[in-house]
Structures are given as C-alpha cells and as structure tokens.
Design a protein around this ligand. Structure first.
Ligand code: SF4
Length: 392
C-alpha cells in the first residue's frame, strides 16, 4: 500500500540502525513529541532496535492526556444538564473525571453524542433549536482549524445555541518548558509531524537556536521514526542544532496558511494548564472576545471547578521525559487502561497506555527485538514489527 508498506520495510530499518551504530560516539536522549509517535515506537518495538545508549523518551503530545482533570469535570458538569446536547470526539467519552465519564453520564440520561467533525454540531443545532449544543474542543494545533471553523460558522450564522468548551494546547511552549527545566535530559526532538502539517516548522527554528537542540520534524510510520532518529543523531554527532524536515512528503516550512489564518481570527494565545505538568505561560488557545457568546466556559457556571490528581502518579515527569511508565509503582497494577489513575494512561496515545497495550507490564524489558529487524516478524509482546502505526 503506497505510503505505508515502503515505510515498514524491515531491511531498510536494519540499514538505518546500522548507520546509527556507525556514527554513534556517545549516548543520546531524544524525545518524540507526539503521542502517535510514542504509540508507533512501542507498538513496533522501535526503542528496542536502537543502538545501546540511544534512548527515546516520550513527550507531551497526546491531546487527551494533557487535558486537565478540571476541564474534564467541567465537561461533565455541562453534559449533565438537561438543556444541553454535549458533543465530542469518541476518544473523550471514556476519559474519567472525578466522578465517572461521559459514557456514565450518557447511561444516566445525559444527551452525549459522538461527532466525527465539529461541523456536525451545526446540523444538530439546527435540528434542536431549543437545546444548547456544546462541543468539547480539545487538542493541539492539529485540531484547532476545524474547531475554529465551528466557532466561525456559529457566529456568522448567529447560532445562539452553539458553543465550544475549549482546551487547546500548543507544542512550542511545551518544548520550551521541557528544555528550561533543571531536570531536563532531552538533547534532541523528533518534532510533531501532524502539528507542523498545519503550522509549518518555522516557529521551531528559534527554539532550536536558543537551546542548541536539533529538532527533526518526523512522521509516524516505523521508518519515519527511525530516519528522524538518525537525522537527529547525525546533528548531535556533528555538533549541529537545526530544524530539519523528515516528513517532507506531508509538510513544508510554511504549513497550511489558510488554516493558520482562520485559527488566528477565532483564537488568541493565553496561559493554559496541562494535565500532569501544570500551567505553561502562553501555551494554549482560547476564544477571542468576539466569540464570547459561543464560549461554553462563560455561558455555563463551571469556572470554579478544582480537582486533585493522585499523589502516586508520575505522569508529569513522564510527559517531560524525566521518567518512563516502568518507573511508576502503580503501572500495570493499581493503574491500567480500565482504571487509569493519571494523564498518560487515560488515552490510547499516552505513554503508559501504549506500554500497557503492547504488553510491557507483562514481561521484563530487553533488547529482544533486535534480531527481528531483517525478518520483520511480529514479537508476541513488548513490540510489534511492522503493524499499523498509531495516529497522532
Ligand atoms: S501508570 Fe498510571 S499512575 Fe503511573 S504514571 Fe502512568 S498514568 Fe500515572
């Protein structure tokens, strides 16, 4: 299948890893930014293929994971109202708040609906003029244009019964926060392919220059990730720090200018709390004042909701690349996808959920995938060469 099979070739993977071995002179710690990349790495056992001393740590780019618990609780408070039809993408329905999830609310009579596009809410609003239609607008820059389009249409068509509960986060301020931390271990980034497809990669150039870190915008298939890792290592070995584009079949430096223009008209940048990390200045989008009548946080009385995360959870350190799921005493025991305690277990794209899904709670970790490069066969647990890559 074009654009898939050629990016899952075990022989090519072996050659890329051999080249890593040839150029490597010392250990390196690299971070893949996206949850989709983390999923692909764990599913395909890519971290186990890398040369000894080349470590991939998992970044904050899982939108469900970093949506704060209080925002989930706000969504639930709104969804429980009888005058509301609460609309969301499916992945938010099983994310637990302090008291159940959206499935629970639906089973108790709440009108919770899964939509496949934010614009589905326009149709629902027209069919239900006496109800309030609220869309849960979460995610990174990738989903912002479609969410902005809903707010734009609602305002243009004067649909007083459409609003958005917005919890958008931005990647560049998160990378800055990781690099500025005294505990930082990250020496180079595999940059966020899907985010850069919208935003381009120009805004990463000053970050790379300021912190002297290579940033290689990378795709999601196994060979994308191995090639991105090699390109990052090559920069580090040569003492360079620049932004490079491994994912050139999808994106360029400028990104999608029409989408950026729409996002700029609807949203403004403000401080945003990240689940597991805390507040990062100027790291999120909120609706501009012109869209206030479509802002669910202003329309419904949910501003004061506050929550506490379980003390045992170290997801904040995982999202900053300081620790890994195995370092958490609750991983696979007290905490699982069925009973998630923290941010990185709540979404399938989260690092803890990915480790769990591919059996890394069942057996000791090793470098046992190495022998499988050439054959491209699928290990039973701990990694899978070359299955479907995860979405970003
Ligand atoms: S395993 Fe659960 S409790 Fe531990 S860090 Fe991951 S999400 Fe938090």
């Amino acid at each position: 299948m074009k654009y898939l099979d050629e990016y899952r070739d075990g022989d090519v993977a072996g050659k890329i890893v051999a080249e890593m071995r040839r150029i490597q002179t010392r250990p390196w710690v690299l971070m893949e930014v996206c949850g989709g990349q983390t999923h692909s790495i764990v599913k395909n056992g890519l971290d186990q293929l890398l040369p000894e001393g080349v470590e991939l740590v998992h970044g904050p780019g899982c939108p469900v994971c970093v949506t704060p618990l209080e925002m989930i609780d706000k969504a639930h408070a709104i969804a429980r109202r009888r005058d509301v039809i609460f609309c969301s993408f499916g992945d938010m329905l099983r994310v637990p708040g302090s008291d159940g999830d959206l499935f629970t609310i639906k089973s108790e009579g709440g009108d919770v609906r899964v939509v496949y596009s934010p614009l589905d809410c326009v149709k629902i609003a027209r069919a239900n003029p006496a109800r309030q239609i609220v869309f849960f607008a979460i995610g990174f820059e990738t989903t912002a244009p479609a969410n902005a389009m809903l707010a734009w249409r609602a305002r243009e068509e004067q649909m007083a019964n459409v609003s958005l509960l917005v919890s958008h986060v931005l990647v560049p301020p998160a990378l800055e926060a990781i690099l500025a931390s005294p505990e930082n271990r990250v020496q180079g980034f595999l940059g966020p392919g899907h985010v850069c497809a919208v935003m381009g990669y120009g805004e990463y150039v000053p970050i790379s220059a300021r912190h002297k870190v290579p940033i290689v915008v990378t795709g999601f298939e196994p060979l994308d990730i191995l090639e991105g890792t090699l390109m990052t290592m090559r920069q580090l070995e040569e003492g360079r720090a620049a932004v490079e584009n491994q994912y050139s079949r999808v994106l360029d430096r400028a990104g999608n200018l029409a989408a950026q223009k729409l996002v700029g008209k609807v949203f403004e940048v403000g401080d945003r709390k990240w689940r597991g990390i805390g507040t990062i200045p100027m790291s999120g989008y909120r609706l501009r004042e012109e869209f206030a009548r479509h802002d669910a946080e202003r329309l419904f009385d949910v501003a004061e909701i506050a929550t506490l995360e379980p003390e045992i959870c170290i997801s904040g350190e995982i999202l900053r690349g300081i620790k890994k799921p195995h370092d958490c005493p609750a991983f696979g025991t007290l905490c699982s996808p069925q009973h998630p305690l923290g941010a990185t277990m709540v979404s399938a794209e989260g690092a803890c959920a990915a480790y769990y899904a591919y059996g890394r709670h069942l057996k000791p970790q090793g470098r046992d995938a190495l022998h499988q490069i050439a054959g491209g066969t699928r290990p039973a647990a701990g990694g899978a060469l070359w299955g479907d890559a995860g979405r970003a």
